[in-house]
Design a protein around this ligand. Structure first.
Ligand code: ADP
Ligand code: MG
Length: 342
């Protein structure tokens, strides 16, 4: 060991993953894709398996002051299913590992699992195993999801080509705005426990934060329409950050248009109420779990009328960079802020 000490924050989350990946060598022919996409891809003969895992920590990823345990359970499954969706795969199995401190009762674990079971039902997946252990600091949940697809259906982050159309599903920024509201109401409650938070006005945005739904509906529709995106990933860290990932992996640039970015009315109004710029929320808000994908122009007609797919821009040459064209027509370089864990 050298004397040198490098802070993890100097590398950041993605820099650290790249750093770890440098020394990883793939030995098996069946490993079609290792580190670096939304899920690993494993050859299974006549089809491929996709595998992804996510770790959720109390106090970092969820706060039980406002997140009900069944919602935490549902979300823990949904975020994994979202990564399977991002590969254009269909989720089939999950394993669930939990660490519990003695603050949690059997009833609390039952509440968590009611959400996990509801998500399994909703996404058609089987809970096939896991692990249970003690924790010194609250609840930890780690879920691994396994999905399937035909090899030709798999969509990586690296397939975007010049002139492809950039698409996003649903609307963006809601989960971030919802989190700000939940945090604000928590502070109000802590200051005065007699105050009952009035969240009625904010159900859409708080729902986006507490109970995201992975877009498996879109994956099934793409199959029915015969569209295989040229690249795809899910939007967990924010649109800007994900555009950077697609551009880096595919070695392309991108131009997106402010007036095409999908934002829900309640998200917009609540952002303004919170003194946040709605477009910044759309670009940098995390945890929306919508899909970002690119399609070949020949497929545009098949998706043109889809009510929940939005065409936000197009892919350019790498040297053209990554730009947002504002409503006033000026081009501003996109910065990939995303959410920094470190
Ligand atoms: P996502 O946001 O889609 O879950 P991440 O940004 O968490 O993706 O991970 C990107 C890639 O890095 C994935 O292939 C993931 O499996 C891999 N990865 C993340 N953390 C580690 C780690 N500690 N060791 C090995 N691979 C990792
Ligand atoms: Mg992902």
């Amino acid at each position: 060991m050298s004397e040198k000490r490098t802070e993890i924050s100097d590398l950041g989350e993605f820099g650290l993953i790249d750093h770890l990946n440098e020394k990883v060598k793939i030995k098996n022919d069946s490993t079609l894709k290792g580190i670096g996409d939304d899920a690993a891809v494993i050859d299974a003969g006549d089809h491929v398996k996709v595998v992804t895992t996510d770790l959720l920590l109390e106090g970092v990823h969820f706060d039980l002051a406002y997140a009900p345990l069944p919602h935490v359970g549902f979300k823990a499954v949904a975020v994994n299913v979202s990564d399977i969706a991002a590969m254009n795969g269909i989720p089939k199995q999950i394993t669930v590992s939990i660490a519990l401190s003695n603050r949690f009762s059997v009833e609390a674990v039952d509440a968590l699992y009611s959400g996990i079971r509801a998500a399994c039902e909703h996404y058609g997946v089987d809970l096939v195993g896991g692990d249970t252990t003690a924790s010194r600091s609250g609840l930890v949940i780690s879920i691994t999801a396994i999905g399937e697809a035909q090899k030709e259906q798999i969509t990586y982050r690296n397939g975007a080509k010049e002139n492809d159309i950039l698409c996003v599903t649903g609307d963006l920024g809601g989960a971030l705005v919802g989190l700000q509201i939940l945090e604000r109401e928590k502070q109000v409650f802590l200051a005065n426990p007699d105050m009952r938070p009035d969240l009625e006005k904010y159900t859409i945005v708080t729902g986006r934060q507490l109970k995201p739904d992975a877009r498996m509906d879109i994956i099934h529709e793409l199959r029915e329409l015969g569209v295989v995106p040229t690249s795809m990933m899910d939007i967990s860290d924010g649109l800007a950050s994900e555009i950077f990932h697609i551009c880096k992996s595919s070695n392309v640039g991108a131009t997106i248009y402010e007036d095409k970015l999908p934002i829900d009315k309640q998200t917009f109004d609540t952002a303004v109420e919170l003194n946040l710029d709605p477009i910044t929320c759309v670009l940098n808000g995390g945890e929306d779990y919508e899909l970002l994908f690119t399609i070949d122009q020949k497929d545009f007609g098949k998706l043109e009328k889809h009510p929940d797919v939005h065409f936000i821009g197009h892919i350019t040459k790498p040297e053209e960079g990554k730009f947002l064209v504002t409503k006033s027509g000026t081009a501003a370089a996109i910065k990939a802020q995303g959410w920094k864990h470190f």
